[in-house]
Design a protein around this ligand. Structure first.
Ligand code: IMP
Length: 183
């Protein structure tokens, strides 16, 4: 496996995820929550976050991909992903979210297109509350006004992998968050 530079170590991730879990526990004290993970990148984050939420919690997953206009991983590295907003649902949630406290769990908030699309879908379920938890946020890349309620780390405009995040489906299993060099 190639040597990649660590941006956020596993220790820092663990500490911050624990803090985020404690925040969610406080905010929803006495209530139940549904954690909805965005496949596949958020799976590891959801697993760790859930273990720091001291509430009755259930899991669900939602899947998206973008229509043909997403550049190849190599192009993404060079110029970033400038999708024109055509996000497509590949897997819907399995249960009704009506009158439930929903926490949408995402790996990274980049342009904001994915979360804008998913928020609309989940709001149509008429949840009691809808909050967004993202491990990473690249605010400088935003093209849609989108803010998460719980943010692990703000990061610069770098392409990152590890802890669930991929480059052409690779590196999701790295325990640290690493930067893929742009050459
Ligand atoms: P957005 O719709 O532009 O906000 O992009 C969100 C999605 O883009 C994430 O769920 C990731 O799948 C992908 N993405 C954005 N930046 C990165 C990155 O640095 N590494 C890996 N995937 C990324």
């Amino acid at each position: 496996m190639a040597e990649l530079k660590v941006l956020i170590s596993r220790e820092r991730i663990a500490q911050r995820v624990a803090e985020m879990g404690a925040e969610i526990t406080r905010d929803f004290s006495g209530e139940t929550v549904i954690l909805v993970g965005v496949l596949k990148g958020a799976a590891i984050f959801l697993g760790d976050l859930a273990r720091h939420i001291q509430l009755d919690a259930t899991f669900d997953f939602i899947g998206v991909s973008s229509y043909g206009n997403r550049p190849s991983p190599a192009q993404q590295l060079k110029s970033g992903w400038d999708s024109t907003g055509e996000v497509r649902l590949t897997k819907d949630v399995d249960q009704s979210m009506k009158q439930r406290n929903v926490i949408l769990v995402e790996d990274i908030l980049d342009t904001g297109l994915t979360l804008t699309y998913l928020k609309k879908i989940l709001l149509a379920h008429q949840p009691k509350a809808l909050r967004i938890a993202t491990l990473l946020d690249k605010p400088s890349r935003r093209t849609q006004p989108m803010q998460a309620d719980y943010v692990g780390f703000g990061i610069p405009d770098e392409f990152v992998v590890g802890y669930g995040l991929d480059y052409a489906e690779m590196y999701r299993n790295l325990p640290d968050i690493c930067v893929v060099p742009r050459e």
